[in-house]
Design a protein around this ligand. Structure first.
Ligand code: ADP
Ligand code: MG
Length: 250
């Protein structure tokens, strides 16, 4: 579903991603770990059209991100095509970014109604199902300020799911949460993984990665240092940089 081939990306003279290659099959969960500044967020942002790669390419569901193929040639996507492809990808950030003046339910129906033109009654019905799925069936009329961080993040997940994405990207979804709220968000993500959602998850939660990931990628300094079965990478890292990182976080 996602294939990155020799992807590089610089900001000015600063090479942030260097020759990154990885792939995620439908229904798979890929977890990415690595120190701060290693390029994890930038990689997710490249997949989701928020940044452009300088070299190499990323394909999503068979088409090159940012380009459309015609007669064996690639043309840059028009904004409308970018928007259409982005709709297939849900993203959840460290900061929940809910609209503060809207209830949980209103947050969830916003994009389906405005962007996808789903009739409001249908969007509300679907949103209520999403709230059940994230364990918040009774919180639809609460505003973000009335919800805990963990509850807000679960609303953010429900909001992303309401667009019926094919792929979900998570960028350190539990890093801003108090420790006692981390588990409820990870549980929702585990359920999502079990339901067959294709997911790329940047996380520092090694227990989650070990349990849920099909593949674990360790990034450092803009490169993939190693990747593989999470149990293998975590218990028997092959590279000194991986060992050094794990010794700090485990
Ligand atoms: P991570 O998510 O692994 O912490 P990031 O992808 O956020 O890493 O950042 C990687 C590097 O790229 C960092 O050095 C960061 O400062 C730099 N960077 C990220 N975004 C930008 C930007 N828009 N402009 C310039 N530098 C950036
Ligand atoms: Mg980051």
């Amino acid at each position: 579903m996602v294939v990155a081939e020799h992807v590089s990306k610089s900001f000015g003279a600063h090479r942030v991603l260097e020759d990154i290659s990885l792939s995620v099959d439908p229904g798979e969960v890929l977890c990415i770990i690595g120190p701060s500044g290693s390029g994890k967020s930038t990689l997710l942002r490249c997949i989701n059209h928020l940044e452009r790669v300088d070299a190499g390419r990323i394909t999503f569901d068979g088409s090159v991100v940012g380009y459309r193929q015609q007669n064996d040639r690639l043309y840059e996507m028009k904004p409308r095509e970018v928007a259409r492809q982005r709709r297939e990808i849900g993203m959840v950030f460290q900061r929940f970014n809910l609209f503060p003046h809207m209830t949980a339910l209103e947050n969830i129906i916003e994009a389906p109604v405005r962007v996808k033109r789903v009739p409001k009654a249908r969007a509300v019905k679907a949103a209520k199902e999403m709230l059940v799925r994230v364990g918040l069936h009774d919180k639809g009329d609460h505003h973000p300020s009335q919800l805990s961080g963990g509850q807000q993040q679960r609303v953010a997940i429900a909001r992303a799911l309401a667009m019926e994405p094919q792929l979900m990207l998570f960028d350190e979804p539990t890093s801003a949460l108090d420790p006692e709220l981390v588990g409820e968000v990870l549980d929702v993500m585990k359920g999502l993984a079990r339901s067959g959602m294709t997911m790329i998850v940047v996380t520092h939660e090694m227990g989650f990665a070990r349990e849920v990931a099909d593949t674990l990628v360790f990034m450092d300094g803009g490169v993939v240092v190693e990747s593989g079965d999470p149990r293998e990478v975590l218990s028997n890292p092959q590279h000194e940089r991986t060992r050094a990182f794990l010794s700090k976080v485990l």
